[in-house]
Design a protein around this ligand. Structure first.
Ligand code: ZN
Length: 393
């Protein structure tokens, strides 16, 4: 007797391609899919009504945990105020850092919950959240503990933390000293408290350089942690090749990726995470080199990048749509980018597809085909959402 049988489904497993499986039912046991196309008895039957059934969506790159907002800065920018003036007036990332430092762990959880709920309402069943607005040991750990607390919400999506202490260099700190704190204090404590298993870094002329990233990656590897990198967003730096050398799960942004970087990523199996929300909000003009990524066979993922500065986009479906319209992804690439390949980014081979052995995270949609999600912008919501076989919506 299985726990749950889903029947009358048009199943799109997304296990590497976007074709329907032809199966109309599947069985769930202990939170995992155990069998497709079965009429075996189950304690509970869910009738999918002949609708499209997809894996739960995965948002694999967010900075969703923060305090306050940057709306005033946004309005100033729209009025033409130069960024330097905004920064002098206390805007920019440091205004979020200040707000996060002033917030308690409970404040951070409470302010973030509505954003996570917005993602969940769209069928997102797994959300990655980075630290990176604390920029001191105590505040970075506070962020990670708040992220862990969000993951304990009974009705919320699965939350996957990433440690991003190397997000920016606090303006009042010596860069060498700050990096040493990230490596010798924060990382040690993150490992000790098991607060994250993945380490991310912003490699850019305005943030950390290749040598600094290498020191961080070396130490992370020593702890058995996986690495990711914000790479080639504003300039070509060789960041992707360095991250790939460390077997990075992903390189993210990649607007300035070159041939050598793409080749290194393909060899290492590193996923390219594309973030059209930031491209849109910052009115950027340079798109990531999709032909290069395709030519080398680099797997592609899409994410919301939800953050208060460059992408206040609490919608993975919007990012999916932007990926197709602004970056030129095919609907198939976009759909695999928020399921199958997004699971890879998180190092989770139990997520991202409807296949035996995977977690029973699935969504039910009254749409003619999954590609409809790349067609209509707004107003599309799943009719039902299950996480590990438990109904959430
Ligand atoms: Zn980011």
């Amino acid at each position: 007797m299985f726990d749950l049988r889903v029947e009358n489904a048009r199943l799109y497993p997304m296990a590497g391609d976007t074709r329907p499986s032809g199966a109309t039912s599947f069985a769930v046991q202990d939170g995992r899919i155990v069998m497709l196309d079965t009429d075996a008895p189950a304690l509970e039957i869910f009738d999918a009504g002949g609708h499209v059934v997809l894996p739960g969506l995965i948002d694999c790159h967010t900075h969703a945990l923060y305090a306050g907002n940057r709306m005033a800065e946004h309005v100033l920018k729209l009025q033409g105020t130069p960024y330097a003036d905004i920064a002098r007036a206390g805007g920019g990332i440091m205004s979020t850092v200040r707000a996060v430092r002033e917030a308690t762990e409970e404040d951070l959880v409470a302010q973030t919950r509505p954003r996570i709920a917005a993602l969940a309402a769209e069928g997102v069943t797994t959300v990655e959240i980075k630290s990176g607005y604390g920029l001191s040991t105590g505040h970075e750990l506070k962020m990670l503990r708040a992220i862990r607390q969000l993951g304990e919400d009974k009705n919320g999506p699965r939350i996957i933390p990433t440690f991003l202490g190397a997000h920016a260099i606090p303006p009042d700190r010596d860069r060498g000293e700050y990096l040493a704190e990230v490596i010798d204090q924060m990382l040690v404590q993150v490992d000790r408290e098991r607060l994250a298993q993945t380490v991310d870094v912003f490699i850019e002329s305005i943030a950390f350089n290749l040598d600094e990233a290498r020191r961080l990656f070396d130490r992370a590897r020593g702890f058995g942690m996986q690495v990711r990198a914000h790479a080639e967003q504003l300039s070509a730096s060789g960041a992707s090749a360095l991250a790939a050398e460390y077997g990075a799960l992903s390189c993210d942004h990649l607007e300035y990726l070159d041939d050598a970087g793409a080749e290194a990523m393909a060899r290492a199996g590193t996923v390219a995470v594309l973030l059209p929300g930031a491209f849109y909000f910052l009115r950027e003009t340079r798109v990531p080199p999709l032909p290069l990524l395709r030519q080398h066979g680099v797997p592609l993922a899409l994410a919301s990048d939800l953050n208060p500065g460059s992408a206040p986009v609490a919608s993975l479906l919007t990012a999916l749509h932007m990926g197709v319209i602004l970056f030129g992804l095919t609907p198939d690439e976009a759909l695999l980018g928020v399921t199958w390949n997004a699971a890879r980014v998180l190092g989770r081979d139990d997520l991202g597809a409807l296949a035996p052995g995977r977690r029973a995270d699935f969504t039910v949609w009254d749409i003619p085909d999954p590609a409809f999600l790349t067609y209509q912008l707004g107003g599309v919501r799943p009719q039902a959402v299950f996480i590990e076989g438990q109904r959430r919506i």
